[in-house]
Each structure stands twice: as C-alpha cells, then as structure tokens.
Design a protein around this ligand. Structure first.
Ligand code: HEC
Length: 132
C-alpha cells in the first residue's frame, strides 16, 4: 500500500512537471471579463459549440475573398492572449456596430474558449496534451 502511494505521488509530480514545461494546447483560460477560470472541455474543441458559433456568426463575413471588407479569420489568426483581448476590449469595429448582437454572453465565452484553445502556436504533437 505504501509503495502504491509513493508511485502515485511520483506520477502526479511528473504530470505537473510535464504540464509546466510543454507549449501545448491550453486546458484552462482565465477570463478577464468575468474574472473566472474556465476549464476548456469539449465545447472548446474543433467539433464543439465554440467552433459552431464561430462558423455561424463570424465566418459569414470573415471568409476568404468576402466583399464585406472583413479580413480572413480562423482560430490561428491570433495568439490565445490576443483572442482574449478581442473579447475583453471588444475593439473590432464589428463588435461595436451590432454585428455580434446575436451572441449571448454565454456564446461569447464559448467562442472565446474555442479561439483561445486553438489559437496560434497552441498545437504541438510532441507534448502529452496533443500527442496520440
Ligand atoms: C457583418 C460582418 C461581420 C461579422 C458578422 C463579424 N465581423 Fe469581424 N469584422 C468585420 C469587418 C468589416 C472588419 C474590419 C473592420 C475594420 O476595417 O476595422 C472586422 C474586423 C474584425 C477583427 C479585427 C481584425 C484584425 O485583423 O485584428 C476581429 C478580431 C473580428 N472582426 C472578429 C470577429 C468575430 C470574433 C466575429 C464573430 C463573433 C466577427 N468578427 C463577426 C465584419 C464582420
């Protein structure tokens, strides 16, 4: 029994150490708007709610070659920190002119989660979080 506990403690220590060293897909996000820590689960994956919200509410303008004057955007267009700024400051013109009006505050959190999790330089297959 003692030995099992020791093995468990060592395993946990290794897990924490590997998470601290790796540049991998983030698993948590601090949301400055709500001052909450968000655990990035299924909703933030490419098949989750956040991706659908992005597709239905943002890609209607932000696709390649659109005639709205909107730059092409996808999750990797910005770093996770930069995506957080977009949603916290709401600096894009489209966020201020009513183009985001269909989004509830909950939708915006999920969308921010998705873009943060899949932002530029988050994916690294040589890490425990992304391999396999
Ligand atoms: C009705 C069309 C429209 C919709 C819908 C729209 N946008 Fe935009 N967005 C624009 C246009 C046009 C610009 C460029 C404005 C400018 O020139 O400053 C822009 C600019 C931006 C920028 C700044 C671009 C940059 O390079 O930094 C971001 C970020 C952005 N939008 C995010 C979003 C997100 C996220 C959504 C979905 C919630 C969204 N937009 C929905 C039209 C739209």
């Amino acid at each position: 029994m003692q030995k099992q506990i020791r093995i468990f403690v060592v395993m946990m220590a290794l897990l924490v150490a590997s998470a601290a060293l790796a540049e991998a897909s983030p698993t948590k996000r601090f949301d400055p708007g709500t001052q909450t820590c968000r655990i990035l689960g299924f909703d933030s994956m490419w098949w989750g709610d956040g991706a659908k919200i992005f597709q239905n509410n943002c890609k209607s303008c932000h696709y390649r070659g659109n005639d709205q004057g909107a730059p092409f955007l996808y999750a990797e267009s910005k770093s996770p920190a930069a995506w957080n700024r977009v949603f916290f400051k709401k600096y894009p013109q489209c966020a201020r002119d009513g183009s985001w009006a269909a989004l509830t505050p909950g939708d915006q959190l999920k969308l921010n989660d998705y873009l943060f999790r899949n932002g530029a330089n988050t994916y690294d297959p040589n890490t425990a979080a992304d391999c396999g």
